[in-house]
Design a binder for this molecule. Structure first.
Ligand code: ACO
Length: 325
């Protein structure tokens, strides 16, 4: 089995910024409520003609440049998204075309906020076995397209963006451990009820606003803290390490209070946690991808550092990954 690591990173955030003050004019909320309950100050939103693949292509191009590769070098493209351009073809196929990555095998993964980590684990299997050499893994979301802008309990939380990595064989370091899990008994906690085969789009489903995110935030909050902490511990142990060995913890950015509760349970000081929730909100599968890219570009990750990625989302699904840089 080959050792697999991250050899390039990229990100793209749409230009349009929606602040908490803007939201105060749209729904019955306040900057104070959003800031204290979630840690979010602003989020990015796509322009009218931008879809998930547009963001993904820009992030992917940057990751290719960072890795010093050409699009023809790519063997595999996986896009993690719950907001694909269309039901089909896969968003990864649009990305392939946009990048001109003619040789790549392309498909999407639907694992909500844990999608980026799921996609890393899938790509890792192909590279470790020598089936493929260079994989582009992207978390790309246009959550604004499934956000109910009349529902104050959800619309303050989400944003749009894309983060990308190139995975390939490395001679030292790389992915030390991964851990994934799912619990299909709690699908009702976070879902978009209509638009699929269960409830195809109709006048009624649109009238009832069923094409938007429905979330039982309070219930999810408790499960998120417990599950993400447990998952982190398992991945750290699988890597033969202790929580104190982690140099940088990059959690899914859903709520600052979830992150702080976990940090306390793992005994990790704030200096070891990467946060960008204040600027972007929750971008589902793009959150951990963009946070990883920014952490590395800002010099928060140095050679030899141990990085922990940890995410949790609708499904329920969760995943963690320990990487030696
Ligand atoms: N502004 C003002 N008041 C609000 C707002 C708002 N934007 N939203 C809700 N409230 C009110 C509620 O109506 C409620 O009022 P009431 O007490 O009079 O009924 C009160 O604030 C408290 O509401 P709660 O839902 O209990 O607030 P909570 O502290 O739980 O915060 C939040 C809500 C931020 C959603 C939190 O529960 C959370 O972050 N949950 C987890 C989200 C998550 O982890 N998602 C998973 C990943 S996302 C993915 O997969 C795409």
């Amino acid at each position: 089995m080959k050792r697999v690591g991250i050899v390039g990173l990229g990100k793209y955030l749409p230009k349009r910024i929606l602040t908490n003050l803007d939201l105060e004019k749209m729904v019955d909320t306040t900057d104070e409520w959003i800031t204290t309950r979630t840690g979010i100050k602003e989020r990015r939103l796509v322009s009218k003609d931008e879809a998930a693949s547009d963001l993904a292509i820009k992030a992917g191009r940057q990751a290719l440049m960072d890795a010093g590769l050409k699009s023809d070098d790519l063997d595999l493209i996986i896009v993690a998204t719950v907001t694909p351009d269309m039901q089909f073809p896969s968003t990864a196929c649009f990305v392939q075309s946009g990048l001109g990555a003619h040789r790549a095998v392309c498909f999407d993964i639907s694992a909500a906020c844990a999608g980026f980590i799921y996609a890393i684990v899938v790509a890792q299997q192909f590279i470790a076995r020598g089936t493929y050499k260079n994989a582009l893994v992207i978390g790309a979301e246009v959550l604004s397209s499934i956000t109910d802008w009349q529902d104050r309990s959800t619309c303050v939380l989400f944003g749009d963006g894309a983060g990308a990595v190139i995975l390939g064989p490395v001679s030292s370091g790389g992915i030390l451990s991964t851990y994934l899990g799912s619990d299909g008994t709690k699908t009702d906690l976070l879902l978009v009820p209509a638009g699929g085969s269960r409830k195809p789009a109709s006048y009624q489903t649109i009238k009832e606003r069923m094409h938007y995110i429905k979330m039982q935030g309070n219930e999810l909050f408790k499960v998120a803290v417990l599950t993400m902490t447990e998952v982190a511990k398992i991945a750290i142990e699988k890597a033969g390490l202790k929580p104190s060995d982690i140099d940088l913890f990059i959690p899914h950015q859903a709520n600052i209070r979830i992150i702080m509760a976990m940090a306390k349970k793992l005994n990790l000081p704030i200096q070891k946690i990467y946060l960008n929730i204040e600027r972007y909100g929750n971008m589902s599968s793009a959150s951990t991808a963009i946070a990883l890219c920014e952490a590395v570009k800002e010099g928060r990750v140095r050679k030899g550092d141990i990085v922990l990625l940890d995410a949790f989302g609708a499904g329920l699904v969760w995943g963690a990954c320990v990487i030696k840089w």
